[in-house]
Design a protein around this ligand. Sequence first.
Ligand SMILES: Cc1cc2nc3c(=O)[nH]c(=O)nc-3n(C[C@H](O)[C@H](O)[C@H](O)COP(=O)(O)OP(=O)(O)OC[C@H]3O[C@@H](n4cnc5c(N)ncnc54)[C@H](O)[C@@H]3O)c2cc1C
Length: 371
Amino acid sequence: MSTDVVIVGGGVIGLSLAWQLAGQGRDVTVLDKQQTGREASWAGAGILPPGHSPGARTSFDQLRALSVGMWLEFSKQLLSETGIDNGYRHCGGLTVTLEDESCEAYRAEWMSEGVELEDLNGEGLRYHEPNLSEKIEDGFRLPNLCQVRNPRHLQALSTACRQRGVDLRCDEPVEQIMQADGRISAVKTRSGSLSADQFCFTAGAWTGRLLNASGYSLPIVPVRGQIVLYRTEKPLIRHVIEVGKRYLVPREDGRLLVGSTEEHVGYEKINTDLAIAELKKFAIKLIPTLKSVDVEKTWAGLRPMSQTGSPFLGLLPGIDNAYVAAGHFRAGLQTSPATALVMKQLMCGEEPSLNLQDFAINMTHVVESAS
Ligand SMILES: Cc1cc2nc3c(=O)[nH]c(=O)nc-3n(C[C@H](O)[C@H](O)[C@H](O)COP(=O)(O)OP(=O)(O)OC[C@H]3O[C@@H](n4cnc5c(N)ncnc54)[C@H](O)[C@@H]3O)c2cc1C
């Protein structure tokens, strides 16, 4: 069987790209080893931080800023195509100092990027969030921080992809990559082989391992993150509240996510008693009334961490029809719209909206990680 484009991995990156390419009239097939959108993209908290293109210092900041400008329209478009509300909301965020974990470095970073920010003392913080602990005295507000509900976004994306004619094939792990004459000719799954003009590998934390089978190993490793979910009758907070790398994310229906850990434990996607206890303790320090609230659920996901510090977006060196978009670590949801846009542009021979040099894969990456 043959198609225009095969995308390997149907997480938020693969599905957003499939949606973009199908919008250009391409025949697209997405292969996933299970149901689409059930790995990191499902597990994530859906925090969409603000951005500011003119102040963006790094290529990654540019990618985030480009995405920030796309989320509202993208969500409206998905709603009109599918009738599914992905939960994109302009909720705002508070970053606070908790005990010895200061918010000062984060304040300085946002300010140097020129992102709108409001300094707050304890009284100001509790004006916005009356349930915040009386012990918290320092912080700031990011009025333009937003959020999306990952499972709903993924559901909207896969529905929209199908409606645009994308062939979404679940339970079809790619087992082998066939090469001939400096190109990928086909990928093999247990139900046969599939050839295409172009291939894009968007297999998240599994991307390096998958490419390894063809002698290409990208330095992308899994980093486990655990989440605790509380549920209350009414929301206890409205803003996302962040302390360093940990956070509380409120949903409109009273659910409250508490995250997260960063654990280098390979592909072991489980919860541990210790991490869950620490996340609960953290949440109660911020919102003491959570002490009497039951936990509804816990889960874990594997973030795809690129060891270069940036995701890989571009061609595999030496192969002129194989692309990679992977390694987004803690930011794959927030940067997915712009990632899909620039990858679509690259794959369709258009000038990308961003300079992708800092995301390019060079021979050193693949050789060093393979050896
Ligand atoms: C706890 C947690 C909290 C997070 N919070 C946020 C947040 O608030 N904001 C944010 O922006 N990001 C967040 N992230 C990060 C974000 O979720 C990831 O960066 C993003 O989901 C990566 O998307 P992906 O499509 O590359 O990978 P994935 O979603 O992991 O998708 C990869 C897909 O490839 C498939 N696959 C793998 N191997 C094969 C194969 N051999 N053949 C076929 N298919 C294959 C998998 O089944 C999977 O569906 C969080 C992540 C975690 C775990």
